[in-house]
Write a protein that binds this ligand. Structure first.
Ligand code: KIV
Ligand code: ZN
Length: 508
């Protein structure tokens, strides 16, 4: 009989720590609902003490999620734990996840605490958390660079104080698989009471070994893996959820474990997280990348045509990649549109559906085939966006090799129509400069990327911009069949996000 490995998703907490991957509350709830559909065991919804927005996001997720456990992160101090509990207590299955570093490097330079002080803090923190909630996870931050003797002592005390899950983070992605497996083995041998709790791992990907380390740990008895969709997370990210799960499934001959995950939702989940965070999935990304099932060489194509097994170890179907990417067209009706949205994991109110359908019809007039990516763009652009102070009304750009690129832009700013024209080094530069003139904003452009989200010359271009203003960074996105229009939309979307932040409308 295969054993269960619980999947703890931390896309909304560690994933959000990816530079620039901020999400608003509605977006976080949307992702949490998709994670529940994917059937993850635990959703780490956020770190409530870190901001009012995070607190509110955890609270709303705790309210709306009914099947998965919902975890809130807290350091071991009383204030953090109190706040985490306040945010998550409403969940059907709440969990407090508390952590403190155990490595000498962190004790000396970050915490400025001695080992006995850390031991005391762990006991105190967990006892307090336990007085509020039965389900307590404890993480020993930077476990892989900690003295093993001290680590085992801390973990034994954590269990004595009431922790029900013990998590071993490779915080800086430093471990090598055989070494990490050995550490898990040692913990199982030396930590008192370890057999009564769930042993978990949390592997960062700084050396590209997050998934390999997680699998090595499972082999040595870990029964919970912490991971994120698309592997997003602090610095190089975390172990990728879809890769861990598909490795277990595909190599069930060697790995005699199972998870509760429903893999056919991987593709839609990956797309949703990518759209919302603005973090583009690299084409060669395992399991969900655009090329993950594309066979290019003649020899491979010939093999695949004769027998898929020759070059395919899992099927695109099993991870939810649609057979044909053309899904709807000009003649498709409201019903087909609604059904496709449902399959992609979007449940819209009647009013939102109407708005999205109207936009779909406009797009279908310009473009023969509508793809899933197009539909997602409509939903993310039209429905999930935050209140807008700035709106694009009209844009006309003149560019070429013998003319000075000029943009004429008309916008609605706080309900007033404003128009300006401006020059630039290229059509995009001219557009951005003109928008800046109209909005009188001072943001700095940090990043600009165009991604063709569908194929062909009439494809939707998706533009991602990263803007910075007074230390705040935001991601803006826009999609259109015209990349200059998409660029303008992305820029304006980012400006609206900055405004949103300024107004302290929580959740950014
Ligand atoms: O990487 C890490 O150590 C963490 C902990 C808070 C679990 O994210
Ligand atoms: Zn982490």
């Amino acid at each position: 009989m295969s054993e269960l490995v619980k999947i703890f998703d931390t896309t909304l907490r560690d994933g959000e720590q990816s530079p620039g991957a901020t999400m608003n509350i509605a977006e976080k709830v949307r992702i949490a609902e998709q994670l529940e559909k994917l059937n993850v065991d635990i959703i780490e919804a956020g770190f409530p003490i870190s901001s009012e927005g995070d607190f509110e996001a955890v609270r709303q997720i705790a309210k709306s999620i009914r099947r998965s456990q919902v975890a809130a992160l807290a350091r071991t101090n009383r204030k953090d734990i109190e706040k985490a509990w306040e945010a998550v207590r409403i969940a059907k299955f709440p969990r407090i996840h508390t952590f403190i570093a155990t490595s000498d490097i962190h004790l000396k330079y970050k915490l400025r605490k001695t080992r006995p002080e850390v031991l005391k803090e762990v006991m105190r923190g967990i006892r307090y958390a336990k007085s509020l909630c039965e389900n307590i996870e404890f993480s020993a931050e930077d476990a892989t660079r900690s003295d093993v003797e001290f680590l085992c002592q801390v973990l034994s005390k954590a269990i004595e104080a009431g922790a029900t899950t013990i998590n071993i983070p490779d915080t800086v992605g430093y471990a090598i698989p055989f070494e990490f497996g050995k550490l898990i083995q040692t913990i199982r041998q030396r930590v008192q009471g370890i057999e009564k709790v769930t042993l978990s791992v949390h592997c960062h990907d700084d050396l590209g070994l997050g998934v390999a380390n997680s699998l090595a740990a499972i082999e040595q008895g870990a029964r919970q893996v912490e991971c994120t969709i698309n592997g997003i997370g602090e610095r190089a990210g975390n172990a990728s959820l879809e890769e861990v799960v598909m490795a277990i499934r595909t190599r069930s001959d060697l790995l005699r474990y199972h998870t509760h995950i429903i893999p056919k939702h991987f593709f839609a989940t990956s797309r949703l997280v990518s759209k919302i965070t603005g973090m583009v999935v690299q084409p060669n990304k395992a399991v969900v990348g655009a090329n993950a099932f594309a066979h290019q060489s003649g020899i491979h194509q010939d093999g695949i045509l004769k027998e898929k097994l020759t070059y395919e170890i899992m099927t695109p179907d099993s991870v939810g990649i649609p057979k044909t990417s053309i899904v709807l067209g000009k003649l498709s009706g409201r019903h087909a549109f609604r059904e496709r949205l449902k399959e992609l994991g979007y449940r819209l109110s009647e009013a939102d559906l109407e708005l999205a359908f109207k936009r779909f019809k406009q797009l279908a007039d310009k473009k023969r085939d509508i793809y899933d990516e197009d539909i997602e763009s409509i939903v993310v652009e039209e429905i999930l966006r935050m209140p807008r102070r700035y709106k694009l009304i009209y844009i006309n750009v003149v560019a070429g090799n013998l003319t000075v690129p000029t943009a004429t832009v008309q916008m609605e700013v706080d309900g007033r129509l404003l128009q300006e024209a401006g020059f630039g080094d290229g059509p995009v530069d001219a557009t951005f400069k003109t928008i800046k003139k109209i909005t009188r904003t001072k943001s700095k452009l940090l990043q600009f990327a165009i991604n063709a989200i569908t194929s062909g010359t009439e494809a939707q271009g998706e533009v991602t911009v990263k803007l910075e203003e007074k230390g705040q960074t935001v991601i803006g996105q826009g999609a259109d069949t015209d990349v200059i229009v998409a660029s303008a939309k992305a820029y304006i979307n980012a400006l609206n996000k900055i405004e949103f932040k300024k107004q302290k409308l929580v959740g950014m």
